[in-house]
Write a protein that binds this ligand. Sequence first.
Ligand SMILES: *Cc1c(COP(=O)(O)O)cnc(C)c1O
Length: 377
Amino acid sequence: MSVPIQMVDLKRQYQHIKSEIDRAIAEVLENCTFIQGPSVKAFAEDLAQYLQVKHVIPCANGTDALQIAMMALDLQPGDEVITPSFTYIATAEVIALLKLKPVFVDVDPKTFCITAETVEAAITKRTKAIVPVHLFGQSVDMEPLLQLAHRYHLHVIEDNAQAIGCDYHFADGKKMKTGTMGTIGCTSFFPSKNLGAYGDGGAIFTHDDALAQKMQMIANHGQSKRYYHDLVGCNSRLDSIQAAVLQVKLRYLDQYIAARRQAADLYDSGFNDIPEITTPYRAPYCGHVFHQYTILVPPKQRESLQQYLFAQGIPTMIYYPVPCHQQKMFNSLPYVAHSLKTTEWLSQHVLSLPMHTELDLEQQNFIIEHVRRFFGK
Ligand SMILES: *Cc1c(COP(=O)(O)O)cnc(C)c1O
């Protein structure tokens, strides 16, 4: 193997764009505009253009983005927020942090995402918002979910940390990017995300002018003008160096998505005659951006497959081994409205293979060959 296989290879990605990145960082250093520098505004404008959304508010990380979004909606303690349990913990943690009540609903076994049906069954008089998570790079089926939210007057906060760049197709042919369809969209620029910074970062999206202004204030100590604080907020800013890096990387995002899709296609064809493996479902209503390439394997073989691959120098990961509702932080809280059978089943079966923008043919053929060999092919 020319280069060791990693889950995400940020080093080789950096080497390909090094001169542009280094120049962008050097510019911030020379100007010493570390906080709220011109790169932050420039990146926000570029991203708004890319996503076709009216407002992009950069902030410190994806978890803060979710928190600021929920703070801006004036939710009251005890209000119910419907969300999947099969997600990264940040989604549910922020709900609980704000003294709201996370109500976990089950996901679809094919898309791994919540659906209008699973959500509707959990709606009560106290339900105020839905937080769909576009898991592993694939959009939630948003059209029926948005119709449901409209019918029940619920806010929709999209957790788009894993699916930036994904197009959702409406029945009338209209396309929209994930994160721009709900009341508010949130994303993360954690380094391993599809649009990753070289440190922490996040952003919030909305088409609503008043909400945008409020969230901008909340992210900056509730400040309306310097030293005048109208709201209780927080300190959550994207720093200028990260914005400069992201502005460069945004120009490569579509290329990166294409590389991920190509890698996914190759995995799919390498595994299609292995009955033990279910390859990722591709929903017809969106374009999967493959933040993860996650297969399903029988639980009794999962650990031995992982160990076998690890011995060959092939890393794998389980996203997520423990669903949110089974995490200790939620021990004392009866947050489960209905059965989470699919969620629990998935946590036993999922296995994510290396997926990034730098996987080369040699590496992928090596991975495929060893997976095949494990299953006696
Ligand atoms: C990464 C992630 C977050 C949190 O983002 P941070 O920038 O790490 O705070 C939230 N939700 C999901 C689904 C994520 O994958």
